[in-house]
Ligand binder design. Structure first.
Ligand code: ADP
Length: 671
């Protein structure tokens, strides 16, 4: 049995325990409350500092929480703390004037509040141009609706940026779609992954017809496919370049594209295929083909003209050789004065005719680019003296005076083309003689500049003749130009000489200018810069000494189909004690050479049965490799000389040849 004392003690203990428990509960409650307050303060602080406008309402639309940003976004000029407990039921109406669609704004809010469904990322447009993004989130606690939360973000800048980006993308998309260039993207396997509208227009195919297909299989033939494959492979090595390609459109039309290709990369920089820009160059290509054909035709025509002129020259030179050769031989015979005068006239006329033929041939050679300029050692003073020597007679015959002035400082050996320089000066001085009836003709040569390597030379041909009108001076270098019909009638000529002179001067990198006044005379100035040559190399030193005695009893085989030419050559050679054997074609010449030996062969080129080139090749191959063979040809083309040398001939004599030249050449090879 518990005692009264024990009972009292127990009650006392229980009371103390209860009081302690109560005290403990009270303390824990106080602690929880403080923690909650701290949490609320944390969230409020967080929300106050958020960049978005926040509004939390309770189920009765009384404000629980908002922040400064929200107030700023809706133009509410109060501290957000003051708004706590305020009624929001009329707020949509109050702020609707901010939006481009005020009624829509109110209706949408009503709808959200009715539906109580979360809606994120709604875009709202403000009248002042800003854009807001709104989230609506209902607050559901233990299954019951306890209010809602609005979040407004000002995305004006982001929206503007996105719009600008979109506009720019659209601009470039439109540009790519509609540019005149076809754009094609293919993957690594060559399959088409994108084509712009222009590409479809160019190819005639719709996008759906080509997407996923291998481009080269659609547009190209087997031959071109190889090229495209090679180009695609080079893209895999990072190579970009442009090439032309012939393709066939869907309609079967042949077109030419210029394709500029490059590797195609993804955003990570990994190659995913290649990209090509296509330009239709069909018209340009056609033009190119036409031009090429025209050029080829022009070249063929020029070639035909050259061959024609070469043939003409051959046909004219052969009889010219006869006229020259025979009149020359006749002049050596006994003639009365009348006969001699007639013969000299024939000789003079033949010389004039030869000048015309040479002019025409030279001109055609220059035009077809076949005239070569030599660079050999020569003595300019000697050349000038020779020229004046040749022309002295003619000048004196006309009662004119010749003045020759040669600068002492001219280098003894210069490098250039003495034959063409001779031709230029002869032409200029011949014109001066032709167009001057009184007074003088002077040839003056000065050194303008000089160093140890080269000299700049100035040559002046001056006359006191009829002069040239200023207006004609400008045209004087045009081919076939003569000052007037009167001049042409009175003085003759072809109007080619000055054109040839100008072209020769150009080919020699020189300059020519003319100063003239009617009835006062004409001065032509030539300037050339020529390298200084070494005396030892001068070919003039190797010139054969004309030693007639060496010719006696020499055996020459003359191979020539033309009877008159044989007669002339035979007559000349026999006079010097040479034994001449004649053959009328190459085949007979080869037969004779198999049986007998000779010192020299003079070989015509064009002959029936066997020509001179074939005969020479046979002689070189089967009979004799060292026997001197000299070509006699009426062809004056450089290519003809080349052919002769290639066949194994040692030298070349152009018809009509003169006696001295023939003998000099023979002597050169007898040595
Ligand atoms: P060609 O003398 O054969 O007619 P050129 O081409 O040498 O041809 O000369 C063309 C023309 O230039 C001559 O017909 C003449 O009218 C004029 N001409 C050339 N040189 C002289 C000159 N020294 N004096 C006057 N006229 C000249």
């Amino acid at each position: 049995m518990p005692t009264k004392k024990n009972l009292l003690e127990d009650i006392q203990k229980e009371r103390i325990a209860r009081l302690e428990a109560e005290e403990c509960f009270k303390e824990s409650k106080i602690h929880d409350h403080a923690e909650l307050s701290r949490n609320i303060a944390r969230f409020s602080n967080l929300i106050s500092n958020m960049q978005e406008g926040i509004l939390v309402e309770d189920e009765n639309r009384l404000i629980v929480l908002t922040n400064e940003r929200f107030c700023a976004m809706f133009g509410i000029p109060v501290d957000p703390a003051m708004l706590i407990g305020a009624d929001c039921s009329g707020s949509a109406e109050q702020s609707k004037h901010f939006f481009t669609d005020p009624e829509g704004f109110v209706a949408k809010i009503d709808n959200l509040l009715n539906q109580k469904q979360k809606v994120i990322g709604e875009v709202l447009y403000l009248k002042d141009g800003r854009t807001y993004l709104r989230d609506y989130v209902p607050i559901i606690i233990e299954g019951s609706y306890r209010g809602h939360y609005w979040k407004y973000a000002d995305i004006t800048n982001q929206k503007r940026f996105e719009d600008a980006l979109k506009r720019s993308e659209e601009k470039y998309r439109l540009l790519i779609e509609n540019m005149n260039l076809g754009l094609l993207e293919v993957d690594l396997a060559g399959k088409i992954i994108y084509a712009n509208q222009s590409f479809c227009n160019l190819s005639g195919f719709g996008r759906d017809e080509i997407y996923g297909k291998i481009g080269e299989n659609i547009f190209t033939n087997a031959e071109n496919r190889k090229l495209v494959r090679k180009k695609t492979a080079s893209r895999h090595e990072g190579i970009l370049d442009a090439y032309e390609l012939e393709i066939t459109t869907k309609q079967g039309l042949k077109k030419w594209w210029m394709i500029s290709g490059a590797p195609l990369f993804d955003q990570e920089g990994i190659q995913i295929g290649s990209i090509g820009i296509h330009l239709d160059i069909t018209e340009q290509k056609q033009l190119e083909f036409t031009l090429r054909e025209a050029k080829q035709m022009a070249e063929e025509t020029a070639k035909a003209k050259e061959i024609f002129l070469a043939n003409m020259s051959h046909e004219i030179r052969t009889p010219m050789n006869a006229i020259f050769g025979l009149s020359n031989q006749m002049l050596k015979s006994h003639l009365d004065s009348k006969q001699r005068s007639f013969l000299e006239s024939i000789f003079g006329a033949a010389e004039n005719l030869l000048v015309v033929i040479n002019d025409i041939l030279d001109f055609s050679k220059i035009e077809s680019g076949n005239l070569d300029i030599e660079a050999i050692n020569f003595s300019l003073p000697k050349l000038l003296k020779q020229i004046s020597g040749i022309l002295t007679n003619k000048i004196e015959e006309k009662g004119l005076q010749l003045i020759l002035q040669i600068d002492d400082s001219i280098a003894p050996v210069l490098v250039g083309d003495p034959f063409r320089l001779n031709q230029i000066l002869l032409n200029l001085i011949s014109n001066s003689i032709k167009f001057t009836d009184h007074g003088s003709i002077s040839l003056i040569c000065n050194v303008e500049e000089s160093d140890d390597k080269q000299q700049s030379i100035k040559l002046m041909v001056t006359d006191t003749g009829i002069g040239i009108d200023k207006s004609f001076v400008e045209k004087i270098f045009h081919k076939f130009s003569q000052e007037s019909a009167d001049v042409a009638r009175k003085y003759g000529g072809t109007g080619l000489g000055m054109a040839i002179t100008k072209q020769l001067v150009d080919l020699m990198d020189g300059q020519i200018s003319i100063e003239s006044e009617k009835n006062k005379g004409t001065q032509t100035t030539l300037s050339f810069t020529l390298p200084i040559g070494k005396q030892a190399e001068s070919p003039e030193h190797s010139k054969p000494v004309f030693n007639q005695a060496k010719l006696v009893n020499k055996k020459i085989l003359l191979v020539e189909d033309n009877k008159v030419n044989r007669l002339i050559a035979n007559t000349i050679l026999s006079q010097y004690g040479i034994e001449v054997t004649e053959a009328i074609n190459g085949e007979l010449a080869v037969e004779i050479l198999r049986k007998s030996s000779f010192d020299i062969v003079l070989m015509d080129i064009q002959m029936p049965v066997m020509d001179g080139i074939t005969a020479t090749i046979m002689i070189r191959k089967e009979i004799n490799t060292t026997l001197p063979i000299i070509a006699l040809t009426a062809h004056a083309l450089q290519s003809e000389q080349q052919r002769c040398r290639e066949a194994g001939m040692n030298d070349f004599l152009s018809k009509p040849f003169n006696e001295v030249k023939l003998l000099e050449t023979i002597l050169k090879h007898l040595d």
